[in-house]
Design a protein around this ligand. Structure first.
Ligand code: C5P
Length: 342
């Protein structure tokens, strides 16, 4: 297997500016994709025709995995250039190097657990508490970038990361902190059924998983010259299996009664495509930038989708939203500022 060091190193200015262009293009596309996904998802869950059932979310996640799988094979074929080279790559990477798929079970399994833990956290914590505590993943990602990837972050970069976390928390704080009062007996039961400690443990575990799985995938992606599409397929094989199990386990009954595509319309397919695109973009961003910069991109998209919500869903930005947005933007510039070599 060729490693990055075995390959010829074209150390030209053009290659560097090309890489810079890809880095910023992938980050900007992730910002746009993430912002539109939030809005489309919300629209698709609330805009039903009379009598139209709600689509089953786990089927959307499963179809997104399948689409990613085919798109990755298509790009791998394009990258290979010839059918014979493509087939020998498939044989080498997925048959001879089958053990690499086992290695991807770790991040893929962690992502599957993480996605389920988020439901546990949301069922046991108030939405705002959840959103605030989940921003800790910015710091766990930085921590695992240092521990797993050997990145060195200056004091200035740590300050930018902490500022980013504070900014996102402020952005997500509700305009008023009304105490929720149960409207019905059923609501009372739901509220008393919440166990904040379980919710907190779930969200902390999800943050650790997000940081670890992200950096593990980055390490696998950057450790040699193996194609990004190969790595994504290796991640996608167990990922598709996990999402299939989750879908059948959680919604098997509903699917067997009313089918896979109950409640699907054009918008649902747009959401599925957008979700698949998001997964692919994560890989592109991690390849050309890194997990920490991905955190900045997703934080900026929280602001953009909130501002667009202002027009679409009558969302009124509070003073703390404006302050939080300012802090997020400032921290992004601070983090990206070139530092003097000491
Ligand atoms: O919150 P966090 O950034 O950890 O979420 C990452 C999400 O991106 C997970 O839901 C994971 O399933 C998805 N992902 C993907 N393809 C990758 C890496 C992550 O679909 N190559």
């Amino acid at each position: 297997m060729k490693t990055a060091l075995d390959l010829p190193q074209p150390n030209t200015t053009k290659t560097k500016s090309d890489e810079k262009f890809r880095k910023y293009l992938s980050l900007c596309t992730l910002v746009v994709q993430n912002s539109s996904l939030v809005l489309l998802l919300r629209y698709s869950r609330i805009m039903q025709q009379p009598g139209q059932p709600l689509y089953i979310a786990s089927t959307a996640v499963f179809f997104a995995e399948i689409i990613k799988f085919f798109v990755c094979f298509y790009f791998l074929y394009r990258e290979s250039g010839k059918w014979s080279i493509f087939m020998s790559t498939v044989n080498e990477e997925f048959v001879e190097n089958f053990s690499d798929i086992y290695k991807m079970v770790i991040p893929s399994g962690l992502y599957a657990i993480q996605n389920n833990l988020l439901f546990v956290a949301l069922s046991n914590l108030e939405a705002t508490t959840f959103q605030i505590t989940y921003q800790m993943k910015i710091l766990t990602t930085a921590l695992f970038s240092v521990v797993l990837l050997g990145k060195r972050l200056s004091r200035g970069k740590w300050v930018s990361l902490i500022l980013l976390m504070i900014g996102v928390i402020l952005v997500q704080l509700p305009a008023s902190t009304k105490v929720a009062t149960p409207a019905t007996d059923e609501d009372t039961n739901l509220m008393t059924a919440q166990t904040p400690l379980i919710g907190l443990i779930a969200v902390i575990t999800a943050c650790l998983s997000s940081g670890f799985a992200g950096c593990y995938f980055e390490k696998m992606l950057k450790r040699n010259a193996t194609s990004m599409w190969v790595r994504n397929i290796q991640l996608g094989i167990p990922g598709t299996l996990f999402s299939l199990i989750a879908m059948l386990f959680n919604d098997g009954m509903a699917i067997s009664t009313d089918g896979f595509f109950q409640g699907y319309d054009f918008l649902t397919w747009i959401v599925v495509l957008n979700q698949a695109l998001g997964g692919l973009l994560v890989a592109v961003v991690v390849k050309y930038a890194d997990n920490i910069l991905k955190g900045f991109a997703t934080s900026l998209s929280i602001i953009i989708s909130s501002v667009v919500s202002f027009y679409l869903f009558n969302f009124y930005p509070s003073p703390q939203f404006a302050l939080g947005a300012l802090i997020v933007i400032t921290s992004t510039f601070l983090y990206g500022r070139p530092e003097r070599v000491q």
